[in-house]
Design a protein around this ligand. Structure first.
Ligand code: NAD
Length: 369
């Protein structure tokens, strides 16, 4: 079969250097010739943001940062940007701060410089997300792609181990889901597999020694590879499920990804054995002689999650059994038609129930498409 695909590489400048955030940010502000900078950072991250912004003039600090970007927060931030004549958005923090900057850029076209402090990866994508009436809507628009990303691993050292693990697995999820996403191609699959390899090497070191700066640097590199792969390949089943759980049931983003991922992998891997074999290898456990590639990939992820002490039950984050029918209905409605396994109310009920209770991920009974 001939190889046919259309691949888009998003353009952005990445400035990577431990201890260099303040200098790199100042250079970016100058490069943009910006004079009215709005810094978006939660109150909890204010001190860290002030350190990062020590060499720039800030016209407005905005700290009403809420996960999954409620529409009301977006509107407040847009109004504040207009009122203060802002010409550049700087966001310092995790995906929530970056998401709010994106919401402002979506309607204003203002450029963004992102200084990420988690492994969520939003900085590398042109995907925005907002929540209204218990429904999270996502879309793509090049206006929300940060023009520059300033990575400084020293800013991530304070990320507690539990959050580092959850956020790191959110990043691994970008890699896994990209393999079978609607616009998966050999380029983004290569980025995804290298991202998975890098993250699988870095995260156990961080869980053991959170102040291991080289490991933190490696994780940020892996996070970027993962997010570029995700941005290019598009949102697949795992992301659709996690978005609905976040938007409708207010579950925390990173932990939800960490919990749901093994279940989606177990569902899809049997239908894509070649990709499963490559993923197992990337995660450090190549397929053994006679072993089923899907089993190998599931075991490799399971071993990583066990090493990291990853969360296992959505029930621990507020989902209840009575939420399952609505979640199933939304998941079936949102599932991409291109998912390797046909998505049904039955397999979504099994998947979400297992993720709720922490049951073993069940491999799909392969339904032909
Ligand atoms: P977050 O930004 O809400 O941060 C989680 C917690 O970590 C917060 O309490 C925050 O204060 C804390 N934190 C952040 N950096 C820290 C640090 N260095 N040290 C100590 N604490 C720190 O969570 P997140 O998982 O980074 O991002 C989740 C949000 O990002 C969701 O809304 C999600 O939808 C969005 N997201 C969007 C994309 C995209 O492409 N559009 C991709 C990934 C995530």
């Amino acid at each position: 079969m001939s190889m046919t695909f259309e691949h888009i590489t998003l353009g952005q400048r990445v400035l990577f250097g431990s201890g260099e955030a303040a200098a790199n940010l100042a250079a970016e502000v100058q490069r943009h010739a910006a004079s009215r900078v709005m810094v978006i950072a939660s109150a909890a991250k204010r001190e860290l943001a002030e350190r990062v912004c020590r060499d720039i003039e800030v016209a407005l600090w905005f700290d009403d940062v809420v996960q999954h970007v409620p529409v009301e927060c977006a509107e407040q931030a847009r109004a504040a940007a207009a009122e203060h004549g802002i010409d550049l958005l700087v966001c310092v923090g995790g995906g929530s701060a970056i998401g709010l900057a994106k919401a402002v850029a979506l309607t204003t076209g203002l450029p963004i410089v992102a200084v990420p402090t988690t492994y969520a990866g939003s900085e590398a994508t042109n995907v925005w997300g907002m929540t209204e009436n218990r429904t999270k809507t996502t879309g793509t628009d090049d206006r929300v792609l940060p023009g520059a990303v300033v990575y400084d691993a020293t800013l991530t050292v304070s990320l507690p181990v539990a959050l580092s693990v959850a956020s790191g697995l959110n990043s691994v999820a970008h890699c896994v889901d990209a393999l079978w996403a609607p616009k998966a191609d050999p380029i983004n699959q290569a980025l995804a597999l290298e991202g998975a390899r890098t993250l699988a090497a870095a995260l156990p070191r961080i869980a053991e020694a959170p102040e291991d700066l080289p490991a933190r640097e490696q994780a940020l590199c892996g996070c970027y590879l993962a997010a570029v792969a995700f941005a290019s390949a598009g949102s697949a089943l795992h992301h659709k499920i996690c978005h609905l759980l976040g938007g409708t049931f207010a579950l925390p983003h990173a932990e939800t990804h960490a919990i749901v991922l093994p279940h989606v992998l177990a569902l899809n891997a049997p239908a894509v054995p070649d990709l499963a074999a490559r993923l197992a290898c990337a995660l450090g456990r190549p397929v053994e002689a006679g072993q089923d590639p899907a089993d190998a990939a599931v075991a490799a992820l399971d071993q990583l999650r066990t090493t990291l002490g990853a969360p296992t039950r959505l029930a621990d984050y507020g989902l209840t059994e009575s939420d399952i029918p609505e979640a199933v209905q939304r998941a079936v409605g949102a599932a991409p038609a291109s998912n390797p396994v046909h998505v049904t109310p039955e397999n979504m009920t099994a998947l979400l129930t297992a993720a709720l209770t922490g049951a073993e991920p069940a491999p799909a009974v392969l339904t032909t498409r």
